[in-house]
Design a protein around this ligand. Structure first.
Ligand code: ASN
Ligand code: ZN
Ligand code: CA
Length: 326
């Protein structure tokens, strides 16, 4: 089918034909389905279906538009994990989840829920800017991947690492999409205008730009809200991918400092993603803290690239750049 999305332009959607109607069931991706809650807050509402295979018109006032964005974001997240990380679905068992859009009224959030194995999106303030952008979809569904792998507890330092894992792979999915309307960047939530002034929710190059996130580790970081204690790990991922200092990517200029003032040379986002994914799925546990994340990512880099590799050294240097040392 064809989706006329709010944030990603015109896209191809995986749909299913049933008699003379079509519905948002993606047969190529574990039968992932997208439902319309129509402003309710429980159950599944109704599966998006209709007489043609065209979904939405690019405007939030058309109920199908958020459905098209959500269905597209789920497909991209599926494709990223399958094609890049070799993981088939959120649980790794080939089974699709489902998405629900139009949750409540003026609901300014989106969330993954392990108990329904489902993804839910609000419509934002004024019901005019649904939280269905690519990085948000990838962020939220990655909470499902984390639950089914490391199981990082959602508080203290492990909670910050849980949140950072969602920001890292939300960003990875956004770059993977290679979508000309919602381009890849190291910003989180730049399309959903949650602050009302066009600024993103979070910045990976220098997390403190949001006014609350931490750029570097310190001994009290475990008592900070997990969406801000994620800062050092997001910053680590940026440094490892792109290196310190100033760099412009897809029209966005970043300026990433290091806590020790020493430069870090990046190894590219693809390798940084592979290292984080391997650490998440084979090294991290529910109680992994920042020191253990350093150990785990070094072990992952050693297995992937060797302990004498530039990649291994870059992992150590990037952690030093956010004040996580040996
Ligand atoms: N959107 C939020 C998040 O992913 C929902 C939550 O508080 N868990 O962090
Ligand atoms: Zn989150
Ligand atoms: Ca982004």
């Amino acid at each position: 089918g064809t989706g006329n999305t709010m944030y990603s332009g015109t896209v191809t959607l995986g749909t299913t034909q049933s008699g003379s109607t079509y519905n948002l069931t993606d047969g190529a991706r574990g039968n992932h389905k997208t439902y319309n809650l129509n402003h309710g807050t429980s159950g599944t509402g109704t599966l998006f279906s209709g007489p043609d295979d065209v979904w939405g018109n690019g405007s939030a006032s058309n109920a199908e538009t958020a459905g098209a964005d959500a269905h597209y974001g789920a497909a991209l997240t599926w494709d990223y994990y399958k094609n890049v990380q070799g993981r088939s679905g959120i649980r790794g068992d080939g089974v699709g989840a489902y998405s629900r859009v139009h949750y409540g009224n003026n609901y300014v959030n989106a969330f993954w829920d392990d108990s329904c194995f489902c993804m839910t999106y609000g419509d934002g303030s004024g019901n005019t800017h649904p939280l269905t952008a690519i990085d948000v979809a990838g962020h939220e569904m990655t909470h499902g991947v984390t639950s089914n792998t490391a199981g990082l507890n959602y508080s203290g330092e492990s909670g910050g690492l849980n949140e950072a894992t969602s920001d890292i792979f939300g960003t990875a999915v956004e770059f993977y999409a290679n979508n000309s309307s919602d381009v890849g960047d190291y910003l989180i939530g730049e399309k959903i205008n949650i602050n009302g002034d066009g600024t993103p929710l979070r910045y990976m190059d220098k997390p403190s730009k949001d006014g609350a996130s931490k750029d570097s580790w310190y001994s009290g970081i475990g008592s900070v809200d997990v969406h801000y204690s994620s800062g050092p790990a997001n910053h680590f991922f940026y440094l490892l991918s792109e290196g310190s200092g100033t760099k412009t990517i897809n029209g966005v200029t970043y300026n990433s400092p290091t806590s020790d003032g020493l430069p870090v040379t990046g190894i590219g986002r693809d390798k940084a993603e592979k290292i984080w994914f391997r650490a998440l799925t084979t090294k991290f546990t529910s109680t992994t803290n920042y020191a253990a994340a350093r150990t785990g990512t070094l072990a992952a880099a050693g297995e992937l690239y060797g302990t004498t590799s530039a990649e291994y050294t870059a992992v150590a240097n990037a952690w030093a750049g956010v004040a996580v040392g040996s």
